[in-house]
Design a protein around this ligand. Structure first.
Ligand SMILES: NC(=O)CCC(=O)C(=O)O
Length: 273
């Protein structure tokens, strides 16, 4: 999705794409990118931040989920904590087909990197990291874990979701022109293959005129680690059918989860899998 500097236009564009997706394919779930109501940059977050729920952007997401009878994974927006207005988060909301807020994830791992000759970014200059894991269920059948962009680099987080029974991980995300070419697909396929579940990412479209140039290429990867579909770098809606039986089929044929030598790893992870 293209994201510009006009918040109302950004939200209107998101709503219009959601309507388009529903008209084209009647999906169960629609997902938006990281930072879809604001340009992605630390100097913008305070100005575009809203409280959740109650702010303009998330009210619109609630209404459209209800109107179209779908689940909406509402990308992310900068969130202002109403109890402490200095506290800002990068937050994803999830809305049920009744328009209820069923999950809220605050980005747990803040994007602070400095690649020589490449990208430098420091979310922690203005944002606070969340400290809760976030999952939701689709009609009590399919369990989804939510992470935001840089969160995908932390395999422990994904493992915890898997140990808690997640069938899919969704990451609204905005990689960049330095790390995108090397790591965007790699990380998604790694998470999907290691944990034998579906992974989806949703990115803003690439706009070379912004200071932070997003990599684009929203993607869905299946539990074999195979890319099911990928978008171009420009604006595009992509659709994927999720086979809810595939995780179990892959896990039965390559039973790595049952073969892990957790007795040797000295891991703190839950040892159920
Ligand atoms: N918005 C982000 O968290 C970007 C993460 C990223 O680009 C990476 O390389 O990791």
């Amino acid at each position: 999705m293209k994201v510009g500097s006009d918040k109302l236009e950004n939200v209107e564009r998101a709503l219009s794409h959601i309507r388009q997706a529903v008209a084209d394919q009647k999906p169960t779930v629609v997902a938006l990118p990281e930072c879809f109501n604001s340009p992605y940059g630390t100097k913008y977050f305070a100005e575009y931040a809203e409280s959740i729920p109650g702010g303009y952007t998330t009210m619109q997401l609630s209404q459209i989920a209800k109107e179209l009878n779908i689940y909406v994974v509402g990308g992310t927006i900068p969130e202002r904590d109403p109890n402490d207005v200095k506290m800002l988060y990068n937050t994803c909301t999830v809305w049920s087909p009744c328009g209820e807020l069923i999950a809220k994830h605050r980005k747990m791992h803040l994007f602070d990197i400095d690649v020589k000759g490449g990208v430098r970014f420091k979310e922690s200059d203005v944002l606070t990291g969340g400290s809760e894991f976030t999952t939701f269920q689709l009609d009590n059948t399919f369990k989804i874990g939510v992470g935001i962009c840089y969160d995908i680099r932390f395999e422990e987080m994904a493992r915890i979701y898997r140990n808690n029974g997640c069938d899919m991980l969704i990451y609204p995300a905005a990689f960049n022109m330095t790390t995108g070419p090397l790591h965007w697909e790699l990380l998604q396929r790694a998470r999907a293959n290691d944990l034998q579940l579906y992974v989806a990412t949703i990115s803003p479209a690439r706009d070379p005129n912004f200071e932070y140039v997003a990599w684009g290429h929203s993607m869905v990867v299946d539990p074999w680690g195979k890319v099911v579909i990928t978008a171009k770098e420009s604006e595009e809606i992509i659709y994927a059918d999720i086979d809810m039986t595939l995780n179990e089929k892959v896990r039965a044929q390559i039973p790595v989860s049952k073969q892990r030598r957790i007795d040797l790893y000295e891991t703190l992870y839950d040892q159920r899998y």
